[in-house]
Design a protein around this ligand. Structure first.
Ligand SMILES: [Zn+2]
Length: 402
């Protein structure tokens, strides 16, 4: 690549103490997802930081929730690199499960604890301070865009609105700063959530032939879907690092509790389907529909399949230049090549890549498996390490492409 990076000057642009304190402040700013519109306090905190640095932010709402976009021009023509972070967090759950205040921002033994410490207020802080360091190090070609979005833990309305409002149209690559434990993840699983409704005829348990019981049809459906899952795995194989696709029944709704002498006339089965590259969602949905149809038709049970949510898998080639810039940056900062991993769930990157047609990669501070758990934490040392890696990655990508 031949781009020399003055690490010392990027490093000097990151005030580690300030970065740690800012991350703690973000964690202390309680933004429970399910109360809705909870990102507002975080957005205010970010806006105060932008004002301090003389950054102008564009603001838009998605479903009443705030989103912020900052675009910094380096002073010369060049490509655009985006960093993405979401402002919402999931609920803290049972406080009894925590050994610290989930919104205290406590630091103990080199770990910063709290809901969102990993997912993903540390990522948000690191991308801000990394970009600030790049800016302080002098002019650079192109632009850096920061996308601070809402509702990632829900329906990803912030990312959808960012695409609709044209904020990724001119972007060459997005780094999503979600916690992936030092893995660079250019690939993410897809997810489909489905509800299958079964309709029969309710009747007395003493006279079962007067009715049509939906439960045997549901049982046949579950078995047929299990067979379909095996077929699918045979067809597409195991796709490291993501693994195999899956079709998992997760919820059953049927009958009335304590009413064992009544045959249920309606029931519903919920499915959590996870896909990998190579699985066409439209075809898969057709095959699931056929399974349900075959399992129900002969017994005279009506059925319908409702798609609750459909998020595609995404795959960015690992030799895409902004991904290699990130891999190189990780090696420069940490002294070792990162492993290439996959995201088991979906992120805002899924939306930005699929609908915005911009390649994305996921890489950020915090462990992959600590997100959404009690005693969520991020290693304090990760904050500056990641901020610097983001700065180096942006520097290498923007300079290499100019
Ligand atoms: Zn997240």
């Amino acid at each position: 690549m031949g781009v020399t990076v003055d690490i010392a000057s990027l490093d000097a642009g990151i005030d580690e103490q300030e970065l740690i304190e800012f991350t703690r402040e973000l964690v202390r700013t309680h933004t429970p997802h399910e109360e809705g519109r909870g990102e507002r306090a975080v957005a205010d905190l970010l806006r105060a930081k932008f004002a301090e640095w003389d950054w102008e932010a564009e603001y838009f709402e998605a479903d009443g929730r705030p989103n912020l976009v900052v675009t910094l021009s380096g002073g010369a023509p060049g490509p655009t690199l985006a960093f993405e972070g979401h402002m919402d967090v999931v609920a803290e759950g049972d406080p009894e499960q925590w050994t610290v205040d989930p919104f205290g921002g406590e630091i103990r033994d080199g770990k910063l604890y709290g809901r969102g410490a990993a997912d993903m207020k540390s990522g948000v802080a690191a991308m801000l301070y990394g970009t600030r360091a790049l800016q302080l190090s002098g002019p650079f070609p192109g632009r850096v865009r920061l996308l601070l979005l809402s509702d990632e833990e829900g329906m990803m309305t912030g990312a959808k609105a960012a695409v609709a409002n044209g904020f990724v149209r001119d972007v060459d690559g997005v780094i999503c700063c979600e916690p992936e434990g030092d893995e660079v993840c250019p690939i993410s699983k897809g997810a489909i959530r489905l509800r299958v409704d079964f309709t029969g005829v309710m009747s007395h348990g003493a006279m079962p032939f007067q009715g049509r019981n939906t439960l045997p049809a549901m049982a046949r459906t579950v078995l047929a879907l299990e067979a379909l899952e095996h077929t699918l795995i045979r067809e597409v194989g195991d796709r490291p690092p993501l693994g195999a696709p899956s079709i998992t029944p997760t919820v059953v709704r049927a009958g009335t509790p304590d009413q064992m002498n009544t045959i249920t006339g309606t029931s519903a089965l919920y499915l959590d389907v996870r896909t990998v590259p190579g699985v066409d969602h439209e075809t898969l949905l057709k095959r699931i529909g056929q399974c349900v149809d075959t399992a129900t038709r002969e017994s005279g049970i009506g059925s319908s399949v409702t798609v609750i949510d459909d998020r595609p898998w995404v795959e960015t080639a690992s030799d895409t230049s902004f991904v290699t810039a990130l891999v190189d940056a990780h090696e420069i900062v940490n002294g070792a090549r990162p492993s290439l991993g996959g995201v088991p769930g979906t992120t805002d990157g899924t939306i930005l890549t699929h609908y915005g047609e911009v390649p994305s990669v996921v890489y950020g501070p915090g462990g992959k498996w600590i997100a959404h758990k009690a005693d969520e934490f991020v290693a304090v040392d990760d904050l500056k390490r990641y901020a610097l890696t983001y700065a180096v990655a942006a520097h290498r990508f923007l300079h290499a492409r100019s």
